[in-house]
Design a protein around this ligand. Structure first.
Ligand code: PMP
Length: 344
């Protein structure tokens, strides 16, 4: 399918003169730096590397992807929001999501005054291609967001290839939970699909939610536009250093070990949940959380809160469903005890 990225970009962004920072204008490392109105005193006095080159270099080596195909955002929430700003003309263009899904696509659409078409996933939480097909031809449909594995349902989405092959707008695959999934990432497909953006995050499997770093992998052309619109210093130096530190072999091994523990805990938790009567259904999960159905979600949620166990009430998006994040073995044990208690 022929894709013309330039045609997808908003006109004002295409013509935008980006901000030129002091570090854009002089890239050398040595000298007396009197060009950025920084304070000469203190240890955190300098602006950070605006393009996070050391982190990207490391990610490039680990993932075998060129640094030109990588963008770092202030969490993947920034990666999502910038996609709206790059591609969607307010009041004119549209995006499409499959619900239930992650809430920020809708919020970002509202902030950017972009219409959101929402198609329901089917009973297995999969995309209904027949319902989707007519929309694929809409010239004003700029982005299709696919969250896989999906939040809050936990399953991986099938038929993504079909959408990539039949839609010439942007296909944005949110892989926030991919490291918990047996499915392969679409990250390596960016060379085959110039309209593909794969977003990932350090917040989940990498256990660094407080650091606020998300990643976009996409064609060089798309990444150039991301760099054009992003705030000049969107990732602090402290955060760049923290991520770099975590990308050492030793720490990567620790992250892999912890993922295995979370997966084992998930399996045990599902077994325990199935034995509790008030749990009507546990949905399969490729993530670090489990969706369950109960008879009265609001009531179970409140009773758990009263016992100081906080889970996510998803009753407003999927009737009588609750979302449980996999915690430490001790935390999971407390959750099960609390549920057993409520059940009796
Ligand atoms: N995508 C999905 C599917 C999520 O569930 C979340 C956070 N819960 C995010 C993106 C945002 O993650 P962050 O901004 O921390 O990278």
């Amino acid at each position: 399918m022929k894709v013309d990225i330039q045609k997808l970009i908003r006109k004002n962004i295409l013509n935008l003169e980006p901000y030129s920072s002091a570090r854009d204008e002089f890239k050398g490392e040595n000298g007396i730096f009197l060009d950025a109105n920084e304070n000469p005193f203190g240890e955190l006095n300098r602006y950070p590397d605006p393009y996070q080159s050391k982190v990207k270099q490391k990610l490039s080596e680990i993932n075998q992807i060129s640094t030109e195909n990588i963008f770092l955002g202030n969490g993947s929430d920034e990666v999502i929001d910038l996609a709206f700003r790059i591609f969607c003309e307010p009041k004119k263009d549209k995006v499409l999501t499959f619900s239930p899904t992650y809430g920020m696509y809708k919020v970002s659409a509202n902030i950017n005054d972009v219409e959101l078409i929402n198609l329901d996933l089917n009973d297995d939480f999969q995309i209904n291609l027949e319902t989707l097909k007519p929309y694929l031809k809409d010239e004003n449909l700029k982005i299709i967001f696919i969250c896989s594995p999906n939040n809050p349902t936990g399953n991986s989405i099938k038929n993504i290839k079909y959408i990539l092959e039949n839609f010439n707008g942007i296909v944005f695959i949110d892989e926030a939970y991919i490291d918990f999934s047996p499915e392969e990432s679409f990250r390596n497909q960016i060379k085959n699909y110039p309209n593909l953006i794969v977003s990932q995050t350090f917040s989940k499997a990498w256990a660094m939610a407080s650091v606020r770093v998300g990643t976009a992998y996409a064609s060089e052309e798309i990444i150039k536009f991301y760099n054009k619109v992003k705030p000049p210093y969107n990732i602090s130096q402290l955060n760049q250093d923290t991520i770099l530190n975590t990308l050492s072999n030793e720490k990567i091994n620790q992250v892999s070990e912890n993922i295995k523990i979370i997966q084992k805990e998930k399996k045990n938790l599902i077994e325990s949940l199935k034995k509790i009567n008030l749990v009507k259904k546990t949905f399969p999960s490729d993530t670090n959380f489990i969706l369950i159905e109960v008879e009265n979600a609001d009531s179970v949620y409140q009773k758990l809160v009263n016992k100081n166990v906080i889970i996510r009430n998803r009753n407003s998006v999927i009737k009588n469903c609750l979302r449980i994040t996999i915690g430490s073995p001790e935390e999971n044990e407390k959750l099960i005890q609390a549920l057993q208690n409520i059940n009796n």
